[in-house]
Ligand binder design. Structure first.
Ligand code: ZN
Ligand code: ZN
Length: 421
């Protein structure tokens, strides 16, 4: 029986990898401009990190983690997201002793045991950034701007940016109680998930996708009306900065994040043409996370962007760049006797950084020329016995059809000059 890839995984084939490179390059370019440096953490961590860093009550930890014991009986988990790992590295390598805030980005695979039928992959890819060490709100605005800029640079302009403040440990408990009081009488009518959220995490009821729950919670008080002075001031300043940068946004009081270590700014970017799965970026401040993981209280903020959805959006809008398969030179050997000379020329061209290829299937000269057109190749360098004896090649320009006899050294120079133009 033939072995297939595991459920929920997807091969990125050569015909699609250039699209991924394009999007990744775009992320790198933006991060260079915003001065975020790349960090590469392992794809697996001690399970304990995610229990503390994502929270034991979350769906991710309870239902979706790839957790196993390794041969040394250590509990290991494939990273379901990357903020906790970045914070772990920040503490472990004392990045706080460098210039602050620490601004890093990552691009890579994440793993969640999710339902593939919902269009989600078990290995998926995220581009994310984290800025650790500043209370904001300027860095909050910077991060939001970076995300918006990323999408716009790719040509995805019809974005909806939603922002909210989820408060802090000073103001949230007060709100929690108000919310519970408002919802308590109708609790039996809420969905099963919401009923279990009511005690441990009532704010999550506000972003339940169930329509009935949404109706039932419509009249609930909004956290933005209960923010403490510090949180309210932070949110005002963030809005002023976004206004100053000319960024459009909507305040969505239902945008919440479930855990106590999330504080103040929360934001989400949606790309409506994607329909039901239009959320392409989620982020926010996590001033309580670093303490949770074992460091000293340190503020931080970040976002993650799902790259599969970005690629889907680009494909839908026809914004993916044409694939580049063209090469500079195809080296064609007239007969078997000229193979070695052809191979030598090929090696010289490649060493000089020139894209060049030749036939490895014993094709006739005619079939080789056909192959050259398939790339397409800009030039075909034909080598036969005669040419090899003179140390030259017959160079055919595939666009004009013109042919000339030229030495290998001159050929190299000619192409290099053209490449620089
Ligand atoms: Zn507060
Ligand atoms: Zn619900």
């Amino acid at each position: 029986m033939q072995i297939t890839g595991p459920r929920g995984t997807k091969d990125i084939l050569p015909e699609a990898s250039s699209f991924w490179q394009y999007v990744e390059q775009s992320a790198r370019t933006i991060c260079r401009a915003y001065v975020y440096q790349e960090i590469r953490t392992p794809v697996f961590e001690h399970t304990e990190l995610f229990l503390r860093g994502i929270g034991e009550t979350t769906d991710i930890v309870q239902k979706e983690m790839y957790t196993f014991n390794d041969r040394g009986e250590r509990s290991i988990t494939l990273r379901p997201e990357n903020t906790a790992a970045v914070v772990r590295a920040y503490l472990e390598h004392k990045l706080y002793s460098g210039p602050q805030p620490t601004k890093v980005f990552y691009i890579g695979p994440m793993f969640r045991y999710d339902r593939p039928q919902a269009g989600r992959l078990r290995q998926f890819h995220q581009f994310g950034v984290e800025a650790i060490g500043s209370k904001g709100p300027a860095v909050d605005a910077e991060i939001i701007l970076l995300a918006v800029h990323f999408f716009r640079q790719l040509g995805l302009n019809d974005l909806n940016l939603y922002i909210n403040s989820v408060g802090c440990p000073n103001c949230r408990p007060v709100y929690r109680e108000q919310l519970q009081t408002a919802l308590r009488d109708n609790l039996p009518q809420f969905c099963h998930d919401c009923q279990s959220r009511f005690e441990r995490n009532p704010m999550r009821i506000l972003d339940c996708k169930n329509e009935k729950c949404q109706d039932l919670s419509r009249s609930a008080p909004a956290l933005s009306d209960c923010l403490c002075q510090e949180c309210a001031g932070h949110f005002d300043e963030l809005r002023q900065l976004l206004d100053a940068a000319g960024i459009e946004y909507k305040h969505n009081p239902r945008l919440v994040r479930g855990l106590d270590y999330y504080t103040k700014t929360a934001f989400e970017i949606q790309y409506p043409p994607l329909g039901a799965q239009s959320a392409v970026c989620g982020g926010g401040r996590y001033d309580g996370l670093i303490e949770e993981i074992g460091g000293e209280a340190t503020p931080g903020i970040g976002f993650a962007i799902g790259l599969e959805r970005v690629l889907l959006a680009l494909e839908k809008q026809g914004l993916l760049p044409a694939q580049q398969t063209d090469i500079a030179v195809y080296v064609a050997a007239v007969d078997a006797a000229s193979q070695a000379a052809a191979f030598k020329l090929l090696a010289e061209l490649r060493l000089a950084g020139i894209s060049a290829d030749m036939d490895y299937l014993g094709r006739s000269l005619k079939a080789q020329l056909k192959q050259a057109n398939r790339y397409p190749a800009r030039y075909v360098a034909i080598i036969g016995e005669e040419e090899a004896a003179q140390g030259k090649v017959a160079l055919k320009n595939m666009q004009t059809g013109q042919q000339e006899l030229i030495s290998a050294g001159d050929l190299r120079q000619k192409i290099q000059v053209e490449m620089e133009e």
